[in-house]
Design a protein around this ligand. Sequence first.
Ligand code: TYM
Length: 333
Amino acid sequence: MTRVFSGIQPSGVPTLGNYLGAIRNWVPMQDTHESIFCVVDLHAITQWQDPKELARQTREMAAALIACGLDPRRCILFIQSHVHAHARLAWIFNCVARIGWLNRMTQFKDKAGKDREAASSGLYVYPNLMAADILTYHASKVPVGDDQKQHLELANDIAQKFNHDYGVDFFPTIEPLIQGVAARVMSLRDGTRKMSKSDPSDQSRINLTDDHDTIALKIRRARTDSEPLPDHAAGLEGRAEARNLVGILAGITNTLPENVLREHGGKGFSEFKEVLVAALVAHLDPIRTEMARLLDDPAALDAELRLGADRAEAIAAPICARAEEIVGFLPRR
Ligand code: TYM
């Protein structure tokens, strides 16, 4: 069975973007692939995280993933820092990846902002850790949103260079799986920017913890233009905000934007937004309720995560140890 790996940062509450672009696509893979999903706390601290908040958000993210349909009996679900192979292999990859490759990463440029000199060195080598996450499981498929594509191309470059430099055929090629009509959900305030859990404006996103009233308020306030919805996709050209809302409804109701436009074309946004609110609430309410139930019993949740880490480690540790042996590290006997 093909092995799948993906991860999500506990740097905030999971958003509708995370859900439609990634998490929702992970759920059916549990039955068709050997699936490994990880809450990547090592990645989160590449930007400042309050320690207490990080611990809380890590547990909250794990609860969100289970509430969205990941079943710790059908997949491996764990916390990245619980399995040391990730950090160990990442160090080797820091020595394989070239600085020139990292300099091309657009996400580093976005996240570091204007004052690049002040960014953490962890943020700079972030893609090397991502490559280690995947390759320490010899995973070959990685379901992600559109924004991770460049990082996965780099992971393939690292795997190839490692294989070439050491004369081995050890690390497999990674195939990104970028699925669905909502592989890039945009901010509700600016249709040209990605919806993000770390955007300073809470109004820019729908969180999986938002209740009915909050969702309604955010969608009603979402930026749009003043034209009615077109009845065909070409009519969305140059209308980023309109395209985004249509994409969200298509994503959440599992259909294509064309079908949304066929049904709602000609409507004004105030009417369309009410349809969208109803669909979002119907879909997200059970997730929010289940998340709260899981977070009510942190000991049970932690026990699932410990089990997940044991299972992950059983796969990752021997692969990492073999990579260390290939590099020439003397085994501890
Ligand atoms: P993160 O935590 O930013 O996002 C988790 C997943 O959600 C997707 N995503 C989106 N999809 C559509 N629209 C959006 N607005 C949106 N925002 C986020 C992301 O593409 C991602 O799939 N570097 C990764 C985490 C990671 C990882 C890995 C992923 C670490 N190691 C190994 C795959 C394999 C990240 O920051 O995701």
